[in-house]
Design a protein around this ligand. Sequence first.
Ligand code: ATP
Length: 357
Amino acid sequence: MNATSGPGLIEPIAAAGLVLADIHHAFGRNTVLKGVDLSVAPGEIVCLLGPSGCGKTTLLRLAAGLETLQQGRIALSGRLVSTPAETLPPEDRRVGLMFQDFALFPHLTVLDNVAFGLRGHSAEIKRQTARALLQRVGLAGVANAYPHLLSGGEQQRVALVRALAPQPQVMLLDEPFSGLDARLRDQVRDQTLAILKEQGVATLLVTHDAEEALLMADRIALMEAGQLSQTGPAEELYFRPLSPFVAGFFGELNRLEGKASNGSVETPFGRLPCPGIADGRGVQILIRSEGFNATEKDKGVPTRVERVRFLGPINLVEARLSQGTTFRARLRPGQALNVGQPLWLTLDPRYSFVFPS
Ligand code: ATP
């Protein structure tokens, strides 16, 4: 591994927040990070999203100083903290950490766990600050309890509060809400989001849950096999994916094949644009299942209902075209849908994407 980095690093390294530049990492022969560049500005929440094993946790551990950097540079709050030659130990980085295997100090009460990381204040001020934070997230009632008396979810929330208490400029969170049930998760996410925004913290949050990333992130960095596939605001990744992988990460897709001609491709739902793809070249057409609308008789493409599943806010419908292709469409419940009945569908082209095959 070489320790040099390309030009252009001086500028981002000088930036506040978190800067990861040209990061490569291997475990033995297994190269798990292949040139990652990512920065998080103060007050920004970036969600690092990707399938299991793509390298998310390794990147976070490198940022935290828990893993030795092999290639690249890492800066925190405008200060270079890691090169392959030199590294600042985790405890001196002043970052808030919350990892999957969070551990509370078993011999300290909840209040003292939270107060522990607060430096440079009197014991009384530390406890007051800790108490106020616990109150804010609805945990004031367990302030004097020891961790083993708390549920897993409560312990996780205490660990979050403990990480936030010292008001770090950078927070690194690895699946911080994974152990919480759905209702509590929403609530804790909202509370965490509010505190992070209020404190102007640069936050890098690892998740494999696309919905969580959509909900939390100012920007999403989507990772595939050790490389960032696309980084940007949620809507950009959802509506303007740069690859089939990115398109497929945010929901179910219908897949068709076609041939480009004159910058577009014929589909059962009309021609879709595919600018820049040469005439005659094979293309794959990806259509989000939520891209369809049911319309009046003869006003859309005729299909026949093959299957309907009620999913609460939407119906998941399998509809067959006369030429035999079946589509999955997520439709708002409105009309009653029965298997075998005709159904006319239109497609909102914003939910369709064409890539070279
Ligand atoms: P998950 O979402 O499942 O936590 P991830 O995207 O966070 O996955 P990593 O934990 O970064 O992925 O792992 C990336 C790859 O590196 C995996 O193949 C993993 O097996 C491997 N790996 C991670 N840590 C080590 C280690 N300490 N020693 C050897 N291989 C490791």
